[in-house]
Design a protein around this ligand. Sequence first.
Ligand SMILES: [Zn+2]
Ligand SMILES: [Zn+2]
Length: 761
Amino acid sequence: MIRRTRYLFTGIVQGVGFRPFIYRTARKYGLAGWVQNRADGVWAEVEGRPEDVNAFLDDVIHRPPPLAEVAVGRFTDVLPKEEGDFRILESEGGTQRKVHISPDIAVCDDCLAELFNPADRRQRYPFINCTNCGPRLTIINDIPYDRARTSMACFPMCPVCRQEFDDPDNRRFHAEPNACPACGPRLQLLDKEGQSVTTDDPLRETGAALKRGEIMAIKGLGGFHLAVDAANEKAVQELRTRKLREEKPFAIMVRDLAAAKEIADISPEEETLLQTPQRPIVLLRKKDRTAIAPAVAPGVDTFGVMLPYTPLHHLLLQEFQALVMTSANKSDEPICIGNREAVERLQGIADGYLVHNRDILVRCDDGIAAVYTGTPTLFRRSRGLAPRPLFLREPLPEVLALGAEPKGELCLVKENMAFMSPHIGDLETPLARDFFHETMALMERITECRPEVIACDLHPDYYASRTAARMKDHRVISVQHHHAHIASCLAENRETGPVLGLAMDGTGLGTDGRIWGGEFLLADETDFIRRGHLKHFLLPTGETAIRHPWRTAVGLLQMAYGAFWPEWAGRLRLLPADFAPAMMARILDRRINSPETSSLGRLFDGVSAILGLRREKVNFEGQAAMELEALARQGHGSVLPSDMVREDGVFILDMSPAIRILTQQMLAGKPVPDLAASFHATLVAAFADLSGRICAEENLDRAALSGGCFQNRILYEGTIASLEKTGLRVLRHRLVPNNDGCIALGQAVVAGYRIKKERTL
Ligand SMILES: [Zn+2]
Ligand SMILES: [Zn+2]
């Protein structure tokens, strides 16, 4: 008996080697038929023995090419035609081609084997790639994705490469960036001034410079890295000094998995995450004694570790256990991509430059992830994932969302897909703002979509909000920050509201003009009700207090002790010597630039300062909380009392009793790690208690978690466990980060559903 089946494959199935894969798989099972790219996806018909047809489909669904994501495999049986062979048919065009650009992907094992094979014509060639790996997003100018529209356009293929490119049996069939030493890009070494250095092996020279303790700028996939030998304390210190990044941990790239295991304790899930083709930086628990310089990650108990992901990295890491590889930019500016741009912007930082002549057209920072409760959790969605779409549960009107601040990110929703931009960075600088507009244009180009609806934050002073206001021919929908958090969590889980949302983060403007950040929202896709929140406290001197946590601590002491706060602040020696208590009292009494906030991030800052950590100054937002968490892991805590009151139906969670106990125990000389652990345990217990009450009243069985504070492992894992214990199902982020990297998605979804609702009314 012969069976013939027709398939339509959609999702990410074009430009990822899917047709040759279908061709090879069909031939593997002796099937006849054809495969063809069409406007709506990849079509195929296969004919043969029923068991072979089944085996074929099994391979397609369970073992597709690494870059493909087969979203739907619709199929119907048709009449056999008794063909003799299997063919790849010419693509059938159409104006609305559903082409998805693949993200950049780490070099594959086949290419690596060739890279280190002395007999291979690409031995030690740093730009080796194939259909299953290599650059994609970062080299494209426009769609459809073919070589002429990439930065490979200026490298005509040599006859041997061309033959590979044209041969359906070859791993490089239609691999647009295909190249070899005869026809492809080349490395070049530049000195401090950007002048070319004559050498026949720029890579070896770079290795030698790193061995000498120099700082090298290295052109990678989505931008430049600054590299130093991670074992060289002096070199790492020097990099900190020159980059003006005093204490934020540096990411490191290790030679291989074995090298990673020498410096960190790695779970099986973390091992898998390190090795995914996306190759994110993975946050791993430091081992006690390692060869890594202390200055790499001071004050925290984790390392950000990644494996090599380009052939160039593999060659470079041959001689090192680990290199610091940090995005090449001054603090908070976007990553450098152009050769001349790098030399200009890294003047005074880099001692030399390892560059090449394949242009990077799209900036794309390294992604960051960790494993929490056994599940990969993103901290930054960027290289390796952007611009892969997230699939929503239903099609929505087209929306472009401009994200949050200070960290920018965009999201464009088209049909049932949400396309997330690479991470943009701090929108404070002119360079970042250019990048923001660059990215907006790129997103519209590669999705062939120009939405007339723009979504942005409620905050009118954000750069993104002002940009939206200037776009006169667009409709602007503003979305409250914490509602966006919860809506994004619903969207990526393909669920609908209402749900209880716990949005715990730094700061976001509330609908009442206050600064929110410790919120229990009854939310759905279009709207929300604030059902509970952390008790508001004053943030003396506003934004300034974020950098000087002792001021936030004063706000907390005032909440906890009222007019008696100066006495306790005095005993704790909280105020710097040059700051008169009377001055602070005046600021608080008259509420001079002292907004009210319910922010959990600020609560963490203040408690850290009360417990003696980072009182004077933090170097980056969240630093105090990270150190408090690291300490809590070493201590034994217990749940302290907190108060719950109700005002106009809204639950107010008051941590004052816990703050009073922590203050007294601190003064009594109790070990700080135990106090830090108690603070975490108290929050977890209070969250579960309040969530349980609201869900009982609202008859809900699900809670959604979002917000930057859930980057805290103890808080996140503890909250998930305690909510599940009360019988709630917990929705959590997997595809976008807990932090503000999820905001653009949430904004886009809320705006999309609001319009959809209007249209059906
Ligand atoms: Zn490959
Ligand atoms: Zn070639």
